[in-house]
Design a protein around this ligand. Structure first.
Ligand SMILES: [Zn+2]
Length: 312
C-alpha cells in the first residue's frame, strides 16, 4: 500500500528527527511543522520530546524505515536529561531553545535547493552533532558553529525559519577568508560517536556523557589546579580543558593516573603544612565520579587511588 505521504523525502543519516519533520512539512505541505503534524493527527509536542511511538507513526505515514530515524532521536527523559539510544545525557547537550549551525553546511544545503528549484526549507538540515555542546567547530569546514534562538514551530517553515545564511556565496567567502581551523580531537571523537561510526576506542562502551565530563574536569585540573569546577569556566576555557583532558583520557588508565599523580605532587601541600590525601586533593573529581554507575572505569580508577592513598 502506498504511504499517506508520497513521494518519500528520505531521512538523512546526519540530521535530527525534528529537522526531517520540518523538511517534510515544507516539501509536502509548504507549512510549519506544527500544522503539518497536526494535519496528520500527530502531536507536535510529543515529536519535540522525541517520543519514539509518535516518531514511528510519522515514519509509517511517510514510508520511511524507522531505524535510522530512531537512531538519531533524542528522547527527553526528565529535566534536562535525554537519551540517545542507550546513552543518557544530562550536560553535554545544548539547550533545546537554541539552534546551532555551520554556515558553510547550510550554504551547501541552499545550493541543493537552488539546483532543484525547491524551497530552501526542504534542504536545510539540522545536523545531530550540532546539538552537542562539545562540538563547537564544523568537522567538515573548520568554521565555528553559530548559535541562534530556535524559531517557534508555529510561525516558520523549516527547522531554521529565516535564520542562517541567505546565499551560497557564504561558503566561497569563508574559503577565502582563511579562518579554517580543525576541530579538537575530543570534538572529533564526540562527532564520530554520535554519527554511529566505529571508532575502535577503549572508551566506546563508556557513556559519552562520562567521557566528556571526565575529560573536561581532568583538563581543568591540569590547567588550573585541583580545586577547579567546570561551572566556573568560560566557554573557551572549557574547550581548552576538554582538549587537554582528552589527551590523557584517550590514552588509557595509566595516562590518567600519571596526570593525577603529577597534580597531586604539585598541590597536596597547597594549604598549610599538613599534606592532603588524594581524596582531599581531588575532592571535586571524586564527587563527580560518585554520580557514575559502579561499572564506570573512571569511578573504579579514582576509588582505587583514594583507597591506596588512605593506606599510605
Ligand atoms: Zn560545515
Amino acid at each position: 500500500m502506498r504511504p499517506a505521504l508520497f513521494p518519500l523525502l528520505p531521512f538523512a543519516a546526519d540530521e535530527t528527527t525534528c529537522s526531517w519533520a520540518a523538511r517534510m512539512a515544507a516539501f509536502h505541505a509548504r507549512s510549519s511543522v506544527g500544522t503539518f503534524l497536526r494535519d496528520l493527527n500527530l502531536d507536535p509536542h510529543l515529536m519535540a520530546l522525541g517520543d519514539r511511538d509518535e516518531i514511528g507513526r510519522l515514519c509509517e505515514i511517510a514510508g520511511q524505515d524507522p531505524r535510522p530515524v530512531l537512531g538519531n532521536t533524542l528522547t527527553r527523559l526528565k529535566g534536562s536529561a535525554h537519551a540517545l539510544g542507550r546513552d543518557m545525557m544530562r550536560t553535554i547537550l545544548c539547550p533545546a531553545t537554541r539552534i546551532r549551525f555551520c554556515p558553510a553546511c547550510i550554504a551547501l544545503d541552499d545550493a541543493a535547493s537552488v539546483a532543484t528549484n525547491q524551497n530552501p526549507a526542504v534542504h536545510r538540515r539540522e545536523r545531530l552533532i550540532w546539538r552537542f555542546r562539545p562540538v563547537r567547530t564544523c568537522p567538515h569546514h573548520g568554521v565555528d558553529l553559530e548559535c541562534r534562538v530556535r524559531p517557534a514551530d508555529n510561525h516558520v517553515m523549516g527547522a531554521f525559519g529565516e535564520i542562517g545564511p541567505g546565499s551560497v556565496h557564504l561558503l566561497t567567502s569563508i574559503d577565502y577568508e582563511g579562518e579554517l581551523r580543525s576541530a579538537s580531537s575530543l570534538q572529533r571523537y564526540v562527532a564520530e560517536r554520535i554519527s554511529g561510526n566505529a571508532t575502535d576506542h577503549w572508551l566506546d562502551t563508556v557513556p559519552l556523557e562520562q567521557v566528556v565530563r571526565f575529560s573536561e574536569l581532568l583538563g581543568a585540573i591540569l590547567l588550573h589546579g585541583p580545586r577547579t569546577f567546570l561551572e566556573d569556566l568560560s566557554e573557551p576555557e572549557l574547550c581548552a580543558a576538554g582538549a587537554v583532558g582528552w589527551t590523557n583520557v584517550s590514552h588509557g588508565e595509566q595516562s590518567i593516573t600519571r596526570a593525577l599523580h603529577v597534580v597531586h605532587a604539585q598541590h597536596h601541600f597547597d594549604v598549610g603544612s599538613k599534606a592532603r590525601s588524594f581524596r582531599d586533593t581531588f575532592y571535586n573529581l571524586v564527587e563527580e565520579v560518585e554520580y557514575y554507575p559502579s561499572t564506570s572505569p573512571f569511578r573504579a580508577l579514582l576509588r582505587r587511588h583514594v583507597e591506596h592513598s588512605a593506606l599510605n
